[in-house]
Design a protein around this ligand. Structure first.
Ligand code: ADP
Ligand code: MG
Length: 239
């Protein structure tokens, strides 16, 4: 199957179901097909399926709730990291369903995603949105308080040139953290630049995409990988 076909299928399926929001699993499948580095996530509809996916991936794994009604999974107890065997996956599943049925009782639950646990890195955010005036715009910043409290982010209009990506990564105030401080390992800035360029190219190629969030991306001294992904499509009359 070519990468175009996977992307077409995912977009068509969502539209057939009248949805603009792609699930984490759909978003990541699309991104994998488009050559963007993510922790590959598979949908499991019950505890037994979750165990069999985990066994095939190898441990440790991460489990996340898959629901069109839940945008911030960890806020409702919908993310569990570091599950190390089948018993933990099974009890993790039951526990998650229990918690979510009390915190988000009306949410439609499709199951969970199971994915490999990535080694810790510096958490950054890569995003794309559609600005009413400028059209598609890319965003970059560090994760956590840097983006939420300090609004320390850089923006550029799509399409990005290599020089834009270089500047985006380097113009945030938190750059010293990416470069490595106090003996902490720095991030592979080139890997972040090429991730920004790949997302920009994807947005250019697929005008159906209205929003794309990789939040967070784990940046390493060698490479970077997105551990969470969310894609929103334009409504059909919008394109
Ligand atoms: P949400 O943003 O919906 O709350 P995330 O998928 O971003 O949920 O998960 C919350 C946090 O869990 C992330 O910020 C990250 O620190 C951690 N995490 C998520 N997926 C993985 C993974 N595959 N490997 C390691 N850590 C992960
Ligand atoms: Mg997230």
């Amino acid at each position: 199957m070519t990468s175009l076909t996977v992307t077409d299928t995912i977009i068509t399926q969502a539209r057939l179901e009248g949805r603009l929001l792609l699930s984490e699993v759909e978003s990541k499948n699309l991104l994998v097909a488009e050559g963007i580095s993510v922790t590959d996530a598979q949908l499991a509809r019950d505890a037994a399926e979750a165990v069999s996916v985990a066994e095939s991936l190898g441990y440790p794994v991460v489990m996340k709730i898959i629901s069109p009604d839940i945008a911030h999974k960890s806020d409702v107890g919908g993310v569990v990291v570091g599950l190390t065997d089948s018993d933990e996956v099974k009890s993790g599943y039951d526990e998650m369903m229990r918690k979510i049925s009390s915190v988000a009782a009306t949410a439609k639950i499709e199951g969970v995603s199971i994915q490999s646990m990535a080694k810790p890195g510096i958490e950054v955010i890569v995003g794309a949105t559609t600005d009413p005036q400028f059209g598609p715009v890319m965003m970059f910043g560090l994760g956590g308080v840097f983006v939420e409290v300090l609004k320390d982010v850089s923006f550029r209009v799509v399409p990005l040139e290599p020089r834009d990506a270089k500047q985006m990564v380097r113009e945030i105030d938190a750059l010293p953290i990416l470069e490595g401080v106090r003996g902490q390992e720095g991030a592979d800035l080139q890997a972040l630049e090429s991730l920004l360029l790949s997302v920009s190219e994807l947005i250019e190629r697929r005008p159906e995409i209205a929003e794309l969030d990789l939040n967070p991306v784990f940046a390493y001294s060698d490479g970077a990988i997105a551990v969470d992904a969310r894609i929103v499509l334009h409504s059909q009359d919008g394109v």
